[in-house]
Design a protein around this ligand. Structure first.
Ligand code: SF4
Length: 336
């Protein structure tokens, strides 16, 4: 497939199915479809927000793109300087050079930093492992990275416990930047932080994106955060994408009932209750045994008979706006 030349990452029909094993013989009795036929692309320099309820498969997509796990099927193509890197089929030896280009910012800045390592060692470790700098100029590189993320480089030899939660997440960001990556996967990077600190980290991520022309896959369950930072948004439900569109379209003109339901739950600063407020009923479907037809139909307030029997797939209903819903063209849904 020919990609537009501003594409950094393209994911095609990606699947990750985990076998369910039971009994003494550990026979496979079924599969958890954590990621099921997902396709999207990310342009260079943009932020794609990936949202959905807990357990919908969004973090698994992040792990697959980084090749922290192998996909069951599908293609993950990285477009670098006119070359195409087929991430889904890289060997272990080929993965090391690829990982310089794609890095992860973890959710929990308390658990993700080794308490026995100094900040110098934490930020410098990827540089040493990849032998990107010799040890003499590593101190200088680590100091530069600390300044870049708003940390005082005099604290190079301190341990993580000497820093606040926000500062620890800055250390995590500096470590992710150590190898000059093209893509950063930020998996719930502010959800463990106080609300007052969240905005600081989001602003930092925004500023370094501008300075370094970074591309983000930003994974979060929090739509307020995704609204703030994303250029485009992909909404995920039970292993599948159900809506992909520009930020403005997703938040003001949603076309999928699940997106509308998520938006209804977003708190507004004014505290006012929305006139059309309602509660999303029922539980997220079981990815090992999803419902027939549209997976969302047992919870959908607009469902018709066809929704129970006919499966849905993402279709473009207007330029850049994709929706997986039988009624997308006729429903009048409410945005923020
Ligand atoms: Fe609701 Fe039917 Fe659309 Fe599924 S296909 S989201 S059940 S209206």
């Amino acid at each position: 497939m020919n990609e537009p030349n501003d594409t950094l990452l393209s994911v095609e029909r990606l699947k990750k199915h985990f076998p369910i094993k039971k009994g003494l013989m550990r026979r496979i009795t079924g599969y958890v479809r954590a990621v099921d036929d997902v396709s999207f692309r990310i342009r260079k320099g943009e932020t794609l927000g990936l949202v959905g309820e807990s357990g919908c498969g969004k973090s698994t997509i992040g792990k697959l793109v980084l090749r922290a796990m192998k996909p069951t099927a599908g293609r993950i193509m990285f477009h670098l300087d006119g070359r195409e890197v087929p991430v889904h089929e890289l060997s272990d030896a080929e993965l090391r050079p690829f990982r310089k280009h794609a890095q992860l910012i973890f959710q929990d800045p308390y658990a993700s930093l080794n308490p026995r390592m100094t900040v110098r060692e934490i930020i410098g470790e990827p540089i040493l492992v990849n032998r990107d700098h010799d040890s003499e100029d590593m101190d200088q590189r680590v100091a530069e990275l600390m300044e870049l993320v708003g940390l005082d480089s005099r604290y190079l030899k301190r341990y993580p416990h000497a820093f606040s939660g926000g500062q620890r997440q800055r250390i995590g960001v500096a470590r992710a930047l150590a190898l000059n990556p093209d893509l950063i996967i930020a998996d719930e990077p502010v959800s463990a932080l106080d609300v007052s600190i969240q905005a600081q980290i989001l602003n930092l991520l925004h500023d370094i994106q501008q300075d370094l022309n970074l591309t983000y896959l930003f994974i979060s369950h929090d739509l307020s955060v995704v609204e703030y930072i994303s250029d485009r948004v992909a909404v995920m439900y039970v292993g599948k994408l159900v809506e992909v569109a520009d930020n403005e379209d997703i938040f003001r003109r949603p076309k999928h009932p699940y997106t509308e339901a998520l938006l209804v739950a977003v708190p507004r600063i004014s505290g006012e209750r929305k006139a059309h407020a309602y509660t999303l009923s029922g539980n997220v479907a079981d990815p090992a045994n999803p419902p027939s037809g549209c997976y969302f139909h047992p919870r959908c307030r607009y469902a018709k008979d066809v929704c129970q029997t006919k499966s849905v797939s993402l279709e473009e209903i207007s330029p850049g706006h994709q929706v997986a819903c039988h009624l997308a063209s006729e429903l009048e849904l409410k945005g923020l």
